[in-house]
Design a protein around this ligand. Structure first.
Ligand SMILES: Nc1ncnc2c1ncn2[C@@H]1O[C@H](COP(=O)(O)OP(=O)(O)OP(=O)(O)O)[C@@H](O)[C@H]1O
Ligand SMILES: [Mg+2]
Length: 411
């Protein structure tokens, strides 16, 4: 096994395609920290709300993001872990049970029980993207996080299963393939963003990660160290921009520019006489608009997003009840005042989601916008070492291991 391995991740967002390349120490098996050596970003003009709308454009954007990161890292990338977002991504919980022989529980037993949990009927147009074990039970003993090495006669798993629309997923896979890289695994953004930004302690105490992107908002709730719930809402920064364009009668491009440059969600902190001359950012829009009015428009939409997040927590019986509060990720959470607004609406402590446990060129990725790309990479790294995960990547590898073992039996 090489001492160091290079891993790469690609976050296919609706606004940006982000690539992260990192070196992982191949020797230390516990608490490894990836060291970032390359970062790339390109606009995402071929995607909308998690759907491919222009194949050629998406391929071009993926290549450009990858090349950016490869140039910085000085190494080529042949395969990537892929972070995926979009409102077509859904989740549900499932249970799997298998009989075990009474000998020590092995990785193969875990694979079998995770496969059993996936043996549920899902609509023909959906595909399982990810399976996250929540907890295991061995005979009567419940709440086990990793049963490898234990003994018993019955192994049970409670798992969180994430599915995606088969056609949307296939389209993305095809574009990545045509961009010239292989896919190690697909990682839903609702799994990835928390992986990069939440600590073990926060997950133990109870926490929600709210990832506000362009086309959608991912919500992931953790309690007692495991995932409780994940959901994608079809609303995000793009909706904020549309509201500004409609409210101020400007083009979408101008609305996006002034939102990023002059936006805020705290209108009461704005001076009523503070005006923006649109001709300074646009050739087509020439009027003068009130900064306070724009903040009112933005506040209304962000208020809606956090109210929807709160409604999800209410449905789970966790509204105002998560001791570690909310962690916000995604570029759209960078609007001034978002933390205060979220705190008021959610009734929870709120903080910005910066990456934890990352080394290397961190200044490039020390940004909530990189949570999904980094989390996808960290997830890939842990997947490699953590036998209790049932990812498609690990499944693929385990299947490869089993088939090479079978081949050795039948030369
Ligand atoms: N400083 C800022 N203030 C407010 N909004 C911002 C800021 N910077 C970026 N945004 C908004 O954030 C959104 C993009 O977020 P992000 O890059 O996380 O999305 P994405 O991952 O590409 O999309 P998605 O996750 O929905 O597929 C855009 O709507 C953009 O307008
Ligand atoms: Mg995103």
């Amino acid at each position: 096994m090489p001492k160091e391995r290079v891993l790469a991740s690609l976050d296919i967002g609706s606004s940006k395609i982000r690539t992260v390349i990192a070196v992982v120490d191949g020797e230390k098996q516990v608490e490894r920290v990836p060291s970032v050596i390359g970062v790339g970003v390109s606009p995402s003009l071929g995607m909308r709300k998690g759907h491919v709308i222009d194949v050629e454009e998406l391929i071009h954007n993926i290549i450009s993001s990858l090349e950016d990161a490869e140039r910085m890292a000085g190494v080529p990338v042949n395969h990537v872990f892929v972070g995926m977002s979009g409102s077509h991504i859904e989740s549900f919980d499932s249970r799997g049970v298998i009989a075990i022989s009474g000998s020590e529980i092995s990785i193969e037993d875990i694979m079998r029980v995770l496969e059993a949990a996936q043996a549920v009927s899902i609509p023909q147009n959906r595909r399982i993207l990810h399976i996250e074990p929540k907890s295991y039970a061995v005979d009567e003993q419940r709440g086990i996080k990793n049963p490898t090495g234990m003994t018993g006669i019955r192994l049970e798993v409670e798992a969180h299963i994430v599915t995606g629309h088969i056609q949307h997923v296939k389209n993305i896979e095809k574009c990545i393939d045509q961009a010239g890289v292989d896919i190690d695994a697909l990682v839903p953004a609702t799994i990835a963003a928390p992986e990069a930004t939440l600590t073990k302690r926060q997950k133990e105490l109870g926490v929600v990660c709210i990832d506000i992107g362009a086309g959608c908002t991912g919500i992931t709730v953790f309690e007692e160290g495991t995932i409780l719930h994940s959901v994608n809402l079809p609303i995000g920064g793009e909706s904020v921009t549309s509201d500004i364009a409609i409210g101020l009668r400007t083009s979408i491009d101008t609305a996006e520019k002034i939102k990023i440059e002059y936006g805020s969600v705290l209108p009461t902190e704005m001076n009523e006489r503070d005006m923006i001359d649109l001709s300074s950012v646009s050739k087509v829009d020439t009027q003068t608009i009130s900064r306070r009015y724009m903040a009112e428009i933005m506040q209304a939409r962000y208020y809606e997003i956090f109210s929807l997040a709160k409604a999800e927590l209410t449905r789970l019986g966790r509204a105002g009840m998560l001791p570690a509060g909310a962690v916000l990720t995604g570029a759209a959470v960078k609007a001034p005042g978002v933390i205060d607004l979220a705190r008021d609406v959610l009734g929870l402590p709120v903080q910005m989601g910066f990456p934890v446990d990352i080394g290397g060129v961190i200044e490039k990725v020390d940004d909530p916008a990189y949570a999904t790309a980094l989390g996808t990479l960290i997830w890939g790294m842990r997947d490699d070492e953590n036998a209790v995960r049932g990812s498609s990547f690990q499944m693929k590898r385990a299947v490869k291991q089993v088939s090479s073992w079978l081949k050795s039996l039948f030369p």
